[in-house]
Design a protein around this ligand. Sequence first.
Ligand code: ADE
Length: 425
Amino acid sequence: MTGTTPRLKHEVKDLALAPLGRQRIEWAGREMPVLKQIRDRFEKEKPFAGLRLVACAHVTTETAHLAIALKAGGADPVLIASNPLSTQDDVAASLVADHEIPVFAQKGEDSGTYNRHVQIALDHRPNIIVDDGSDVVAELVQHRQHQIADLIGSTEETTTGIVRLRAMFKEGVLNFPAVNVNDADTKHFFDNRYGTGQSTLDGIIRATNILLAGKTVVVIGYGWCGKGTALRAGGMGANVIVTEINHIKAIEAVMDGFRVLPMAEAAPLGDIFITVTGNKHVVRGEHFDLMKDGAIVCNSGHFDLELDLKYLAANAKEIKDVRPFTEEYKLTNGKSVVVLGQGRLINLAAAEGHPSAVMDMSFANQALACEYLVKNKGKLAPGLHSIPREVDEEIARLKLQAMGIFIDSLTADQIEYINSWTSGT
Ligand code: ADE
């Protein structure tokens, strides 16, 4: 639905979904106490007064809380989807109808619409960009250089986006400060590991309803997302095989108790394959050909190119929808491969993304990264910046406090000891 009701432009599926979205946003808020405290402070201090802000994010109940917090801080926001399949249409409707936030996002939008929404976002002439995957920043850098003068800076949520920003910096085209939210310990330790771990399995289970116990699950990539996915799959009783290209990560996987194999050896053994590498075609023709009949493949990395679906399509006699987000490719070799969520992030395509309790910390980082950019306007060099350590630690302190968990602190004697070097053996 494209419209101007109520008063603002938007493109959401159906504004009538707003009551459901409102209810679900409220529910998520119960698990997001840190972001709530930041929002309450923003409401009083208005750090973003007069600033135009674009957020490109998965439009979920958790993102709703981030957008509401930024608006409470005085920002004039526009929200677009960071993936064609991750939008929760009821949330998009509620943000428009209940919070007067212009949203341009519909679940299942085609890539033309997705790209048009990126243009709409940039037409807003943002002073701050909150990005997830760097699509907005990449478009700005490639085709709207003249708008860089408007920009105070950007923030980036995800590993893939950071990889792209580093490449831009290396090429000399990242001419403004970008805050690496993913780098914060309170982000990747929890969101990438426990968030991806739980929500990826949630997506697989919602899409297929299969039992994980006793299955062989091949986790492709052992970064933070892979670690969480392998950990949780093992916890559900699956036999986990990990594949890696990095020697250090491979040792970690071995010592965490997983079998590590090259992909060609894992391919005939797996019942379920999950890609979390951030790279392209990590599962390709030579691997699909070796898989068991009925093997299930899915992706939980940011982009939909980790599985070479073109190969599958080119070698399929038939592609059949067998359940929502579940397609069976009947191959010319007589076997079939089942693809979940069209190779897009399965945790957001078939489930609801990371649970609110971890997004609370990720989005506390996003909100404070935006404030950091504004407070340091004109002072930060172009390129990537980490979230200040004190901010990261403060988020952890607030989170623990909200969880009702208290910890010890160093005695004066201990502080003196760790700051000295004279007392040894
Ligand atoms: N990325 C992963 N899970 C998410 C969620 N629940 N909301 C926004 N972005 C996400």
